[in-house]
Design a protein around this ligand. Sequence first.
Ligand SMILES: Cc1ncc(COP(=O)(O)O)c(C=O)c1O
Length: 349
Amino acid sequence: MSKVVGALPTEVVVMNSLTTNIHLLLVSFYKPTKERYKIICEGSAFPSDQYALQSQVKFHACLPERQGYNPDDAIIELKPREGEYAIRHEDVLATIEKHKNELALVFIGNPNYYTGQVFNMKEITDMGHRCGALMGFDLAHGAGNLELKLHDWNVDFAVWCSYKYLNAGPGGVAGAFVHEKHCNNTELIRFAGWWGNDPNTRFTMPHDFVPVKSADAWQLSNAPVLPMAALRASLEVFADAGMEDLVAKRKKLNDYLRFVINEAIKKNKQGKNIFIITPEHEHERGAQVSLICKKNGKQIHQHLATKGVVADWREPEVLRMAAVPLYNSFTDVFEFGKYFDEALQLHQQ
Ligand SMILES: Cc1ncc(COP(=O)(O)O)c(C=O)c1O
């Protein structure tokens, strides 16, 4: 798993579900003070991320030692400019800079689950650190999709699930990354369980918790073996294929997917009703393509489903698709283009 996210083996742990891991790592890395308590996140973050952040803010605000810390303005949401769908990189950096004296944490989903926009993690991380914030990412849609270098980029922590690009099945075990510099800090506050204890003494049943000096220190319980086996099988395939080759194929597949979509839209003169909102710039996209469908989006989704295309409809008006290099071919994308064209002819005229 560490190879998939560009980390040292000791920086990665596989455990729990994604939202559980968001909370466990926020316990360690969201440490608001009266002066520094703000969190920057994407405005259209996945709901579970928003609820986790909101509830962490409320949790801290109710602690007596945090008197005077106002939870109502703690969360700052990054938004696209009027008439745009993606959040501009310069606006992300400027927002971090603007709040540099009050900022505790930046926590961003990469790519954004709705638009598919990929953020420049390295530059955002550097800016966050220059402004005194800790930097965390939700890589639910990034792990197994993007080329990640969590260690080199100096990200403080990251979390992801294994049931999207990592194919470990619904509810599969999630992942977490904690940078080496924090793994060695045994003083860090965390919610502890016996599986996070140093394995050399774990079974001597010590009274006091001695965290192992790795991301394993965040483990609470022993691992669920059956879901771990499914994930392991998937990771073996990733190891065989190699992230570098997968990323190279993903780029070509994604270019082709965008091409067939745009051709069908042009042919059916539907550019005003249906258009791609995932940024065009190659560094701002992964496997995902999100389309705004102003008219009959659900019917288009339904038509694709009857042809065996697994796409996704997100309220209020987005159709999400991904051509995945591990198991989708260029012929799949070609076939998809035909069905998409049919769907537009049937439902957009
Ligand atoms: C970006 C993102 N965050 C959080 C979650 C929630 O994951 P879980 O149900 O494993 O907690 C999802 C699930 O789809 C997601 O896409």
